[in-house]
Design a protein around this ligand. Structure first.
Ligand SMILES: Nc1nc2c(ncn2[C@@H]2O[C@H](COP(=O)(O)OP(=O)(O)O)[C@@H](O)[C@H]2O)c(=O)[nH]1
Ligand SMILES: [Mg+2]
Length: 326
């Protein structure tokens, strides 16, 4: 059972609203990766609401808690303006978090929305990294600008900027390396790339997205903070959120850094990067999901593949195939 659903169950299980109940909720928020500071803020806001609205029954608290969590997140109206272009998007973050995949997925999604997209292989440490991005470029159906392994990343960005201008691309997505040994190194490289963009393409909108692995808990928060010190981060992508029972990190980073989460990664498929919707997200954390797995031709399919298929009587499916994942 997800931790947020466990929290919801406290409200139905408790008889009165007292400090024990608040403590229990706070502890569980921390366990769900919300972090001590943000959990404290959420509880303070919840207490305030309970007092103001003169709530006495624990079961009436759930929606107030959801509101208090929602308050910690804010995706401003102009968050996706860069998609209109012309724009240059830098994808930064440590190794293995999902930068390259996110470049590929975002390229595909923008292209499907009619944008002209170019991607730039500025992670030049290993030839395999360039090949991996090349695969994503093929899958997304967009062009990639690259040089040989070991080239200067800023030089690749220079080429890509000129290609983006010449081809009138809407969005240039830049994949960067996560292997820089120290902060100074990282800062120097990002500064160099930044200077090249300002010089070569001053009219482009700029976006710097830090990618975080949602399964690494508070470590992700530490990384976000460090990257934000090196380069002003304009948005966050949290990957690998599909299987976690926690998910509080998406709340913590926004509350602690005041930087919006713009996308979340929910798998390895090309269409698994979604725009972050705070309302939907809070709802989904507390949802009591039941999923159905159907075994067919040696593979499992979820009900989402089937629910629009009128030829399968849903009642029959429900009766025989629902498996509750509580
Ligand atoms: N389950 C899951 N895996 C992901 C997600 N995003 C990326 N990955 C996987 O994470 C691993 C590292 O991804 P990669 O894009 O190479 O990370 P990079 O080193 O930051 O460029 C790969 O195996 C990806 O398939 C996601 O949202 N969910
Ligand atoms: Mg990579």
């Amino acid at each position: 059972m997800g931790i947020f659903r466990k929290i919801a169950a406290f409200f139905t299980g408790a008889e009165i609203i007292d400090d024990d109940l608040y403590d229990e909720i706070e502890e569980n928020l921390v366990m769900a990766d919300v972090g001590v500071n943000t959990a404290g803020k959420i509880i303070a806001s919840l207490k305030q609401k309970v007092k103001e609205k003169k709530i006495y029954k624990p079961e009436d608290c759930k929606n107030l808690l959801m509101d208090s969590i929602r308050e910690q997140m804010n995706v401003p109206d102009d968050a996706y303006d860069f998609e209109k272009g012309p724009s240059v998007v830098l994808m930064i973050g440590v190794n293995g978090v999902g930068k390259t995949s996110s470049v590929g997925k975002l390229a595909a999604s923008l292209k499907n929305n009619g944008k002209k997209v170019l991607i730039c292989a500025a992670d030049t440490f290993r030839a395999a990294a360039i090949d991996q991005l090349g695969e994503w470029a093929k899958r997304a159906g967009v062009d990639m600008i690259s040089q040989n392994e070991g080239s200067d990343p800023a030089a690749v960005v220079f080429d890509a900027l000129n290609a983006a201008k010449a081809r009138k691309a809407d969005v240039l997505l830049v994949d960067t390396a996560g292997r820089l040994q120290n902060k100074k190194n990282l800062m120097d490289e990002l500064n160099k790339i930044d200077r090249v963009i300002s010089r070569e393409f001053p009219e482009a909108k700029r976006e710097t997205l830090v990618v975080l692995d949602g399964t690494t808990g508070q470590n992700a928060l530490v990384q976000a903070r460090e990257f934000n010190e090196v380069a002003p981060v304009s948005g966050i992508i949290i990957t690998k959120l599909e299987g976690t029972a926690k998910g509080g990190i998406a709340i913590a980073v926004q509350s602690e850094l005041s930087v919006p989460v713009k996308y979340i990664g929910l798998g390895e498929k090309i269409d698994s990067l979604k725009k972050f919707d705070p309302d939907e997200y809070v709802k989904s954390l507390f949802e009591n999901k039941k999923s159905c797995k159907i075994y067919k031709n040696g593979m499992f399919f979820s009900t989402s593949h089937f629910c629009f298929c009128p030829c399968i009587p849903l009642a029959v499916l429900r009766r025989f195939m629902y498996q509750s994942h509580e």
